[in-house]
Structures are given as C-alpha cells and as structure tokens.
Design a protein around this ligand. Structure first.
Ligand code: COI
Length: 353
C-alpha cells in the first residue's frame, strides 16, 4: 500500500439507530467496511466503502468448498479519548497461519494494520465506552472465483467489518464435556480460524443446549480423554493453586487472550502449566476440592466464568467466583492495560489516536 486508503463515506450514518444500552454481540454493524480483492496473483488496493450488500456469484468457491477464514479483535476508547486496538500484529500473524492452512494468499502486515486502523478511526463514534463493551473487529477472507470444479480459488475478497459489542456471555456458562462428537483432530484445521470449524460445531452444541448446557468442552479426537477448548474460547483451570491450560496442538486455537493471560501470570503471582489436561484429573479435582476455578478466555468472551461442567453425565458445580479469584484479577488487569489504567509493559495496545 502506498497512498492513503480511498474512502467512500455513507450518505447518512445509521449510528442513531443503535441502542447502546442493549448492544448484544454482533447485532449492529457500523457504517463502513474495508474491501480488497485478490486477482491476477496479487491483492488490489483496499478501499473503505459504506457497509452493505455485495454482488457475488452463487458459484463462488467459498460457498462450495469452504475456503473462508476470519479473525476477531477489539478496539477500545479510554477515558482520555485515546483509541487502541488490542494486539493487531498477533491477530495478523494468526490470520496468515489460517490463510496458509487453507491455501489462501497471505495479507501483508501493512495492508492489515493500515486498513483496520483507518476503518476504526473513521467509525470512531461507534466505539462504545460502557464497562465491558468495545468495538469488535471482524476481518475475513473468502474465495470468490466462480467455478464449480474442486480447486484452490484464484480469486479472493478481504473484508473488515466492525460492530459495537457488549460482553459475549452475560452469565457464567455451563459446559458439557463432549465425548462423542469432535471439533478438530490433530493435523486438521482446528488451529486455523476457518468458518467450517464453527459450522461443524453447531450440531453438537445444539444437542448440548437441549440438555441445558451453554457450550461443549471439546476433547481430543482420538481418545476423548483430554480437554481441547470450548465453543468460541480457550479454557483455563485453577487446579492445586496453579493456572492450568491445555497446551497448544494443531487441534486448538492459539488464542490471543489465552496468550495474554499466560503472560500476566507472573505479575498476578500464580504458577502456570501449559500441558495436557485430562477429564479424569478435572473429575478428581472436583472430588477432592483442588479444582477451584474454570473459565473461558477469548477475544469475544474475554474472561468468562464456567459455573458447571458435566463429565460422563454427572454435573459438577464450580465454587462461586469471588473478588480474589484469579479469573477476576486477570480480567481486571487485562482491562486496566487496555484502558490505560496501568502501564502497557508488553506493548499490546496499538494506538491509532
Ligand atoms: C472471537 O473471540 O473472536 C471468536 O472467534 C469468537 C467468535 C466466533 C464470536
């Protein structure tokens, strides 16, 4: 990218239609979006245009063979009016890993950061400021070549949408350890943020919801003995006073929030372990009282308490979260760094204003 990004502004903003006291998650899409096309072997200059429908071929390859990946990150406005995006470089690296896994063309860091920073700056009035809310940023890439033959697409579209959001989960979640269905196997696409990983999770999640749970806790595809992650978030436990989380495998997502919380453990005074976490040790931990906390971490979920876990059909309740719980302290620290209440020693905030 050489010149500043070209911008076509909306004629009339939809901002006045937004109920900021009842945002939900993903209900409102902001006024503008970034669009860039890949053709003839290269990305064309991205543009910012009004959010709206797009003309596309029903034969485009993304719809038939699933070349479609996305990212999710957040922008915040602090009390001094400064705007920052949380760890966009790390999201960019992960997006390129997803693109590589799906045989899709990588996006340069410059194109990624410049286009999303310009979009967030333009739609600044859409950034909510209430506690726990933020502007969610959704970059995604999908195959647009119009052809039904099974092949790697030669054409793609990169789009970025943003939406003002409230916390993803409004109450502690109840999860069911999944022992029949599989989200991802080692060697598969679990570490990539491909659209199909989410679509494939809907059916088992719907079954779990019919049984009164909010999400499933995925286990390894081979033996269903070890925890992978939960729907839309990584999981962490406080076991024997240590922070324990499943180590990264190709079957689970390398979460940016997961990485951030692990980086904060030293300053929060807790030992961490990234390793295989078996269902058996969780069950043992419930029985002997050493499993004191379970929570999900993710860009959308931030830090979300898990209230109960069903293991082999038996529901175990977690102790109530208290102000001294690790998860609350971690959530506060992360929030304080993002909002500029405490020094950003890791350089995670990318300030655009
Ligand atoms: C995110 O945290 O960005 C996610 O990917 C969850 C999303 C599917 C809502």
């Amino acid at each position: 990218m050489t010149a500043p990004i070209q911008i076509e502004r909306v004629k009339k903003s939809r901002l006045s239609t937004v109920d900021f006291s009842n945002l939900g998650f993903g209900t409102y899409i902001s006024d503008h979006m970034v669009v860039a096309d890949y053709k003839n072997g290269e990305w064309q200059e991205p543009k910012i245009v009004p959010f709206g429908e797009m003309l596309m071929s029903p034969a485009m390859l993304a719809l038939h063979y699933g070349q479609s990946i996305f990212e999710g990150m957040k922008a915040f406005k602090n009390k001094n009016g400064q705007i920052s995006i949380f760890r966009p470089q790390r999201h960019h690296q992960r997006m390129n890993k997803s693109l590589e896994r799906m045989c899709m063309p990588s996006v340069s860091e410059e194109m990624f950061i410049t286009s999303l920073s310009s979009l967030v700056e333009l739609d600044e009035p859409w950034i909510p400021t209430a506690e726990g809310s933020s502007l969610y940023i959704r970059p995604f890439v999908f195959a647009t070549e119009s052809r039904l033959g099974v092949k790697i697409s030669d054409e793609y579209r990169f789009v970025i949408l943003t939406c003002p959001v409230a916390p993803y989960f409004t109450k502690p979640v109840r999860v069911k350890v999944e022992e029949e269905y599989v989200r991802a196997a080692e060697g598969g696409t679990g570490y990539a943020k491909c659209a199909g990983n989410y679509g494939g999770a809907f059916y088992p999640t719907m079954l779990a919801q019919k049984q009164g749970f909010d999400q499933v806790l995925w286990t390894d595809a081979k033996e269903h003995k070890y925890i992978d992650e939960s729907g839309a978030m990584n999981v962490m436990f406080v076991l024997n006073g240590k922070l324990v989380t499943p180590g990264l495998l190709t079957s689970l997502l390398d979460g940016v929030t997961r990485n951030s919380i692990l980086a904060l453990t030293q300053s929060l005074g807790i030992e961490k372990e990234e390793r295989k976490v078996s269902i058996a040790e969780l069950e043992e931990g419930f029985k002997n009282g050493t499993l004191t906390e379970a929570f999900g971490v993710g860009t959308a979920a931030v830090v979300s308490p898990i209230a109960a876990i069903s293991i082999h059909g038996r529901v175990y309740e977690l102790p109530a979260v208290t102000p001294t719980s690790f998860q609350l302290r971690a959530k506060k620290k992360l929030n304080d760094i993002r909002m500029g209440h405490e020094p950003d020693v890791h350089g995670w905030n990318h300030y655009i204003k």
